[in-house]
Design a protein around this ligand. Structure first.
Ligand SMILES: *Cc1c(COP(=O)(O)O)cnc(C)c1O
Length: 388
């Protein structure tokens, strides 16, 4: 199947077919892993589009075609990690740029900005769910880039992407959305006017907790070229084998996201009615303050659920050591259910005062709901909560 035909496909078919053309030479239905660093040239400078695998590799190209189609983008760039993608975007900005960022972004993003790129650029952290504040910040400062995560991690707060893109365009500010939590199945920011999308492929896109990777999708050719040149120059490319694993994992992305969401809805409902839980955060719950916006801009509510336990750090720790099906671990988006303590685990690099002000307190717990049988997940939550 040709890529041009495939663009008309539905997502459930795109994940399987785009970039998945049979091998030209042998007819093998699955693409080979081009485990090669270099390519033979017929005369100096004459080659088939591939000269060295730091800049191009056919396995990576196939994955990039697939990813671009899922975000309705012209270009996709696959990198060695989600952080590598973020690094490339930051390096593509002119020195001295002003970047406005969601204040409860991924902890690693905050660390990257505050410990590496603060030497080059100026960072302002605001609540991007507050449209008035965004408008004020963009009109009062010359902002080069607006970095948005929606839903945020771990508080699952939602930013209105259509509205914010409009304001950004009026102020000539480029917008980036870290779309890791929704995957391209549940949210397509480019369709809502956003300029650039990034993902940690380590999470839902690969989905099997066995690869680290990142990607960037966009429509602007000049910006794509500068990102690709930076990747070639700095070197954070993904290995052919890892790209092949992601190509394998992505085939079930559509069906996995549905299964994650189905389970997450039930976990959220169960926790919401549990007497030992103070509050549940899940965009699919009617009680979520932005449930309406979530319905409007997302095609699903995702597989991440956060909740506040009634109690303190001691109780939270006690609860977290009691699970048998859920694993206590960082990361998210794999087929297996994970549970974690954001303040100690994923968000330790955010200063305590700021953490508490945001709501990432000692009794906040985050779940990445896997695709196991829901009965086993509920039973595990039940037995663990009973003991605290
Ligand atoms: C994990 C994650 C990242 C970083 O990606 P890596 O693949 O771990 O480098 C960035 N943003 C979000 C939202 C993430 O969950």
């Amino acid at each position: 199947m040709k890529k041009s035909d495939a663009l008309k496909l539905q997502k459930a078919s795109k994940v399987i077919h785009v970039g998945g053309e049979p091998d030209n030479e042998t007819g093998a239905i699955m693409p080979p892993i081009f485990q090669t660093s270099t390519y033979v040239q017929s005369s100096p400078g004459t080659h088939k589009g591939y000269a060295y695998s730091r800049s191009h590799n056919p396995t990576r190209t196939r994955l990039e075609e697939n990813l671009a189609s899922l975000e309705n983008a012209k270009y996709a760039l696959v990198t060695s990690s989600g952080m590598a993608s973020e690094m490339l975007i930051m390096h593509a900005l002119k020195k001295g740029s002003t970047v406005v960022c969601s204040n409860d972004c991924y902890g690693g993003t905050y660390r990257l900005f505050e410990t590496v790129f603060n030497e080059l650029h100026n960072f302002i952290y605001i609540d991007t769910t507050d449209i008035k504040l965004v408008r004020k910040t963009l009109t009062e400062n010359k902002v080069d880039l607006l970095w948005i995560e929606t839903p945020t991690n771990p508080l699952l707060r939602i930013t209105d992407l259509k509205e914010i893109s409009k304001i950004a365009k009026e102020n000539k500010t480029k917008t980036v959305v870290d779309n890791t939590f929704m995957s391209p199945i549940f949210q397509n920011p480019l369709d809502l006017g956003v300029d650039v999308v990034t993902h940690s492929m380590t999470k839902y896109i690969n989905g099997h907790s066995d690869v680290v990777g990142g990607c960037i999708m966009l429509n602007n050719k000049a910006f794509y070229n500068s990102l690709h040149t930076l990747q070639k120059t700095l070197g954070p490319t993904q290995s052919p084998f890892d790209s092949w694993l992601v190509l394998r994992g992505i085939k079930t992305l559509h069906i996995r996201m549905k299964a994650h969401e189905e389970n997450a809805k039930q976990v959220a409902k169960y926790l919401d009615s549990h007497p030992k839980i103070e509050k549940v955060l899940y965009p699919g719950l009617k009680s979520h303050p932005q449930h309406g916006l979530a319905r409007k801009q997302m095609n699903g509510f995702g597989g991440m659920v956060s909740f506040y336990l009634k109690g303190d750090l001691k109780k939270s720790k006690k609860l977290l050591s009691r699970f048998k099906v859920f694993s206590l671990a960082e990361s998210l988006g794999g087929i297996e259910s994970l549970i974690g303590h954001p303040a100690i685990m994923t968000h330790a690099s955010v200063p305590e005062k700021e953490r508490n002000a945001m709501g990432i307190s000692d009794n906040l717990i985050r779940i990445s709901v896997g695709i196991e049988d829901i009965k086993d997940l509920i039973q595990d939550l039940d037995q663990a909560l009973e003991k605290v």
